[in-house]
Design a binder for this molecule. Structure first.
Ligand SMILES: [Zn+2]
Length: 242
């Protein structure tokens, strides 16, 4: 029997040590909103082990390879096939070292398949040429990143539940339930480069996500500080475009 796919796919645990997706999905199910979405645990082995990934970063592995020796590359091939069945895909992340909540979209997806307006977060991050996240391959996909650093986890989870829940309810053909309004004006940041670990160590600066710094006359905002150490990256650099 052909499965009846819903309109929205929520993705949890692309990074296995980020539990927010699972928590948000459980909460939305309790609110009976799961009649409107399906969900996918993107990296079950990494989730079970509570690690970011098993072989390589799944979020750098799309579109994947069905016969790869690397677990995440096989997963990517499987996950993308499923994600293609949906109109909207939201991939949920959390950053233990980040402070901000934001929407991530690849540059060439701007103003295309995913309506950003009903996502009630004020910050949009544009990646010019991302390699490997699901959103780089599918135009129906956005990533939401929730920053946990110095925050009360419960409050952040509540916010994530409300952001995703409101998006679900805002899709106008979903049986007329009304969205709680208060959509935020969006500030747009664009990633344009990165700094490697050796270089960052040279400066006596505590780099923090979204905290403007000036290094050798270059003004920028760091992003994902310490999140990609395994790739030798200290952080990505952004400029504000709107
Ligand atoms: Zn993540």
């Amino acid at each position: 029997m052909e499965k009846n796919y819903k309109k929205i796919l929520l993705i949890a645990a692309t990074h296995g040590n980020e539990r927010i997706g699972i928590e948000v999905i459980n909460r939305l199910a309790k609110q009976k909103l799961d009649v409107f979405f399906d969900f996918l645990v993107a990296n079950p082995k990494a989730l079970e082990k509570n690690v970011r990934f098993v072989d390589i970063d799944l979020n750098r592995s799309y579109p994947g390879k069905q016969k790869s020796k690397k677990y995440e590359e096989r997963l990517a091939a499987k996950n993308i096939k499923l994600a293609k069945k949906y109109k909207y895909v939201i991939d949920l992340h959390e950053a233990s070292s980040g402070t901000e909540d934001f929407i991530i979209i690849p540059r060439h997806r701007l103003n295309t398949a995913f309506p950003l307006d009903p996502i009630n977060l004020g910050t949009v991050l544009i990646w010019p040429d991302p390699k490997g996240p699901l959103g780089s391959c599918l135009k129906n996909t956005i990533e939401l990143e929730f920053g946990m650093k110095g925050k009360n986890r419960k409050i952040i989870i509540n916010r994530a539940v409300s952001v995703v829940g409101n998006f679900i309810l805002s899709l106008d053909d979903l049986n007329g339930r009304k969205t709680a309004g208060n959509r935020k004006r969006k500030e747009i940041f664009e990633v344009y480069g990165k700094m490697n670990l050796q270089e960052a160590a040279k400066y006596r600066v505590e780099f923090q996500d979204f905290k403007k710094v000036k290094i050798k006359d270059e003004l920028f905002y760091p992003l994902l500080v310490d999140q990609y150490k395994d790739l030798g990256i200290a952080f990505y650099k952004m400029k504000r475009t709107a």
